[in-house]
Design a protein around this ligand. Sequence first.
Ligand SMILES: [Fe+2]
Length: 372
Amino acid sequence: MTLGKRYLSKNDMKTEKPRILVIDDDLATLDCIRLSLQNERDYIVSTENDPEQALQMIYENDFAAVISDVKMGKINGLDILKAVREYDGKIPVILITGNCEEETMRRSINLGVYEFLRKPFEISELIITVRKALEANRLRIQNQDYKDKLQDLVMERTAELLKTKAMLESSYLNTIHAMVNAMEVNDIYTLGHSERVTAIAVGLGKAARLDINDLRELRIGALLHDLGKIGVTSNVLNKEQSLTDSEYDIIKRHPVAGAKIVEPIGLPKAVGMIILQHHEWYDGGGYPYGLRGSDIHPLARIVSVADSFDAMTSKRKYRSNLDFRSAVQEVYDKRSLQFDPELGRIFYENSDLVLSVLQNRIAIDDLLQEAY
Ligand SMILES: [Fe+2]
């Protein structure tokens, strides 16, 4: 006897009413349950006395609850419960038991049975249990719908935020590049210096295994490291002869001046430290404060290497430049004096990576990808 989806009237199919499947190999019991539940009119009842056929119905239909007898021959109520769990882990299953063994009950509980109905049971008990099961199922579906919608909303908002963040970062970097260009326009000898220092610093930072946040701050700090030179007159910056002591003193003010310029902008603290400390030497012989060793910010120590390396390899009217390999050796030789000894070693051992970034064979953006 079957009253599954295939046997429902067109009117039943159109309704939003939940559907229940009742399984029992005893036709009299099955009929009694069907008649009792059908009086309720709040749900559609399908019945099946062949457990094998019932399994097929579970796969083909969208039941809100399943009621099954436990003892039914070769396919029993536990098999039905297992099949429902495999098909849809959450549909409430009510098992009808006679003299049910403790082991069967234990296994049913482990499989997540919703409720047991012990024979003989009152019709009112059956109806209350079914109502509770349907309500539990309704709430589960409602909760799942809510979670799905929330998840969709979170994904949608996250995508929007990422897009906005990318636009802001791009605009932020463009602004910084514009500031650097404005600063370098006064200094014909160091045109492009800040971009090259950035490439070298990020390459060295990557070789030193900095995390992504440090690399991002290093990039901005390296780009802006000489920003304070914007306040130094072009006569001093472009002077072909050696600088006088007072002119050199003016130049030496640029780290403090640069740090003051960026202070109100709200850039990461490390960026200000890079600008302020990129001329400090590891042995304390640098300026403006004569800091030494670990008192110098780690990112400033990286930019110090990059800045000096670019100066060594760049031509000046008043001196010749070193070739790449000689400059790498110079950094290595000056470790512990001018440069952090560990960074000097890393720079020496990873000079090919640094050169690749400098020659733009590896884009800085690629180095800033966490997966790189
Ligand atoms: Fe500088």
